[in-house]
Design a protein around this ligand. Structure first.
Ligand SMILES: *Cc1c(COP(=O)(O)O)cnc(C)c1O
Length: 372
């Protein structure tokens, strides 16, 4: 008996706008120093690991039941965290949570984007924004940046008025460039659109002193959405927990598109336990920022430069052949990210040992390439 298989996606009745696309694909390679996906390399605190065991065991007793569909306890804890760290009172009804901020972003586009609608984001930025747009049938428009990767508020507002997008993405601090966006710029973009404005603050805990969160812009702006994640500063990328703060009406809208029981009871229990250890988890943030600043400070000595970073990574260059440098670093057991920006590469800041390995390898690669 022969099995008939499709030898490529093109033979399937795939949606036309997905044809020819490639999936999100940061390489997951077995390399000694993996500095390509902005994870926090510090081990989780021992007290948290002990509490997680107990909390998950307790939650497991109820696994025959569906989880709390509305994740009320978790949202209360997240609201308390945001209130404590931003100085802005955030109510539980303003908070929504899902499996990673990527799922939150997908729900936003399901509710506010979709067929016949348009999203705009200022490129280069997070590569998942246009991918999630495509997945939800939302048209995508690249927003403009200056040559130094900053956003010109007046130009951004003019472009938004012209394109009239239903959803505008502002990533702050921006990935892959690293720099936070001025709140005045976000407010200007907000005033220029009748759509929703999503501020993706995945890296906000790493911002330089004095940087204010877009949470402080929420009062009086019902179309402003601020998304966060536990994947980066909290060091819990494997947990898959992202969340959002916005007007309670936005949370009502997202409930129209979320799958019932989307957030497992194990995830909710683990996230609440982690939040109970917030101070211990975020204790590594200053250490990571110190390594970031160390990388930035060392680059000029190698004849290189970087883009100002408010994140746990550095965009560095400028190289005649960035893919060649990426490959040479890999041969030195250091995996960084080629984000497809000519001349630039992105490296995650982690432990002092990782910084040592990266700077040593980079020094050797620069010498080799210079000598060749
Ligand atoms: C890493 C990252 C996220 C995190 O996504 P999760 O699904 O929460 O892991 C979101 N936005 C940006 C810009 C990121 O770089």
């Amino acid at each position: 008996m022969t099995h008939v298989v499709a030898s490529s996606m093109d033979e399937l009745p795939l949606r036309p706008e997905l044809r020819g696309r490639t999936p999100y694909g940061a390489p997951q390679l077995q390399v000694k120093h993996r500095l390509n996906t902005n994870e926090n390399p510090h081990p989780l605190p021992a007290e948290l690991l002990a509490d997680l065991g107990a909390a998950l065991g307790h939650a497991a007793l109820e696994l025959n039941r569906y989880p709390d569909r509305d994740a009320l306890d978790l949202r209360r804890d997240l609201a308390a965290y945001l209130t404590r760290t931003s100085g802005e009172t955030v109510q539980p009804a303003q908070v929504w949570a899902a499996n990673g901020s990527n799922e939150v972003l997908q729900q936003i586009l399901q509710a506010f984007g979709g067929a016949g609608r348009t999203a705009l984001g200022f490129t280069p930025s997070y590569s998942m924004h246009p991918i999630i747009a495509a997945g939800t049938g939302t048209a995508w428009v690249d927003g403009h940046r200056r040559d130094d990767f900053t956003i010109d508020a007046a130009q951004a507002a003019a472009q938004v008025r012209e394109v009239r997008p239903d959803v505008v993405f502002v990533t702050s601090p921006n990935n892959p460039t690293g720099t936070a966006v001025a709140l005045e710029t976000i407010a200007t973009v907000y005033d220029a659109t009748t759509g929703v404005v999503v501020v993706d603050e995945a890296y906000t805990e790493f911002a330089r002193t004095g940087t204010r969160s877009a949470l402080t812009l929420l009062p009086g702006r019902p179309r402003l959405l601020v998304s966060r994640t536990m994947s980066k500063a909290f060091g819990m990328a494997g947990l898959r927990l992202g969340y959002l703060a916005a007007d309670p009406a936005v949370v009502d809208a997202l409930q129209l598109v979320r799958l019932p029981y989307h957030l497992s009871s194990l995830t909710q229990a683990a996230a609440r336990t982690a939040l109970a250890h917030t101070d211990a988890l975020l204790a590594t943030v200053d250490a990571v920022k110190a390594q970031r600043d160390r990388i930035v400070a060392a680059l000029p000595g190698l004849g290189l430069t970087s883009v100002p970073s408010d994140a746990n990574f550095v965009l560095f260059g400028h190289f005649a052949d960035a893919p060649g440098v990426w490959k040479a670093l890999l041969e030195h057991d250091v995996l960084v990210r080629d984000v497809g920006l000519p001349g630039w590469l992105r490296v995650t800041a982690g432990t002092p040992e990782e910084t040592d390995a990266f700077l040593t390898a980079l020094g050797e690669v620069v010498r080799e390439q210079g000598a060749s």
